[in-house]
Design a protein around this ligand. Structure first.
Ligand SMILES: [Zn+2]
Length: 74
């Protein structure tokens, strides 16, 4: 299933009324707060609903300190 995390960039199947389709995750939990990257508006949706709306997740930003420990001891 989808793994929604803070700062992920979500591409949704449905456009925001402003025409944008990319959203960033502001808060996760039972409800997920996402912010439209095009118009800056925020909205809160049930997690299950957001998961169904997602087309693609971009995990490119600011997650560098959260990932699994690097294997640097060889
Ligand atoms: Zn928008």
């Amino acid at each position: 299933m989808m793994n929604i995390e803070l700062n992920d960039i979500l591409e949704l199947k449905k456009n925001h009324p402003c025409g944008g389709r990319l959203f960033t995750v502001m808060r996760t939990g039972m409800d997920v707060r996402i912010k439209c990257l095009t118009c800056g508006r925020e909205m809160m949706l049930p997690r299950s609903k957001v998961e169904k709306m997602i087309k693609h997740i971009d995990k490119n930003i600011r997650n560098d300190s959260i990932n699994n420990a690097p294997k640097g001891t060889e």
